[in-house]
Design a binder for this molecule. Structure first.
Ligand code: FAD
Length: 263
């Protein structure tokens, strides 16, 4: 076992100060990604800065056309929250599909999007729901925030504080789950707004991305028929032990149709 310091700050300022105290530091939320990474020595922080005691990082509220969810809010909380269900039921459905009960009880919104696993569900939802990511240093539009496999716009030591999802007229998420981990082999989130349609895809490529051709087709006719057979170029998609790129391209079309029907 490798020794490390453990800090449990009560404010964002104290968390930032603990992070910059010297050596390599890491924030810990639910630990679902970070602890396995430490155990396997992919990460070897000198200081763990626990965000669990930091004021203001949990909670769900709605304000104008946005639904705000605190970074430390667990997937289990999102899955049962009445405000989420009333404002964006598609997000409720997505949260229920994340992992298993253990994962949903510990895993957090901030942890998922700081990590940006290419098969995680939330990135597709943030892109489709035109989300804003607030941090202790500023804000990012979801379109600018996600920057490919495990990469985001966050600077070293920057803390995600909350995410603001734009409330759509209708939305839904459909995913083809890996049978063991439940991560998305391919997941598609579709959101319809008064001024257009946004489609976020996860699991298929090196990072979550929008699907402009699907958005254009659905803007004029929001139906599964409008996107039947819509091609997605497999050249940019992942091939791994779970699925080939051509199969993922096919699955994206199937998940897109399922999400549109559900929305
Ligand atoms: C078996 C298993 C199955 C899973 N299945 C799914 C699935 O189906 N779909 C899915 O989307 N996800 C899935 N996950 C991931 C899960 O949703 C967790 O939320 C994810 O692993 C992140 O864990 P965490 O929230 O505990 O964050 P941690 O592991 O504590 O942190 C993850 C990373 O984010 C950083 N971080 C955490 N919070 C913040 C913050 N507020 N600001 C800045 N940086 C921060 C940490 O420093 C660390 O680098 C699965 C995980 C496991 C273990």
């Amino acid at each position: 076992m490798r020794d490390f310091e453990y800090a449990r700050p009560a404010s964002l300022a104290d968390a930032a100060s603990a992070f910059s105290g010297g050596g390599e530091a890491a924030f810990i939320a639910g630990g679902h990604t970070l602890l396995p990474a430490i155990k396997s020595r992919l990460r070897m922080p000198d200081t763990l800065v626990d965000l669990a005691g930091v004021a203001g990082l949990t909670g769900i509220s709605s304000d104008g056309d946005r639904l705000w969810i605190g970074a430390m809010t667990t997937h289990a909380t999102v899955a049962v929250d009445a405000t989420v269900a009333a404002k964006i039921p598609g997000l409720t459905g997505m949260a229920k599909l994340i992992g298993d009960p253990q994962v949903r009880n510990r895993g957090t919104l901030g942890g998922v999007i700081a990590n940006n696993d290419p098969a995680a569900d939330y990135p597709a939802a943030l892109l489709a729901l035109d989300a804003i990511v607030d941090t202790d240093r500023g804000s990012y539009a979801a379109d600018d925030y996600f920057q490919g496999m495990f990469a985001t716009a966050l600077a070293d030591g920057e803390i995600v504080t909350r995410v603001g999802f734009r409330v759509p007229l209708a939305s839904a998420y459909a995913k083809f789950r890996h049978p063991a981990s439940r991560y998305a082999v391919v997941g598609v989130y579709v959101a319809r707004f008064a001024d257009g349609v946004r489609v976020g895809v996860t699991g298929a490529g090196p990072g979550a991305f929008r699907w402009p051709e699907a958005e254009a087709a659905l803007a004029t006719d929001f139906s599964a028929a409008a996107v039947a057979g819509l091609p997605l170029d497999p050249a940019d998609l992942n091939t791994d032990i779970h699925a080939g790129a051509e199969y993922r391209a096919h699955l994206a079309g199937v998940m897109l149709a399922d999400a549109v029907k559900a929305a």
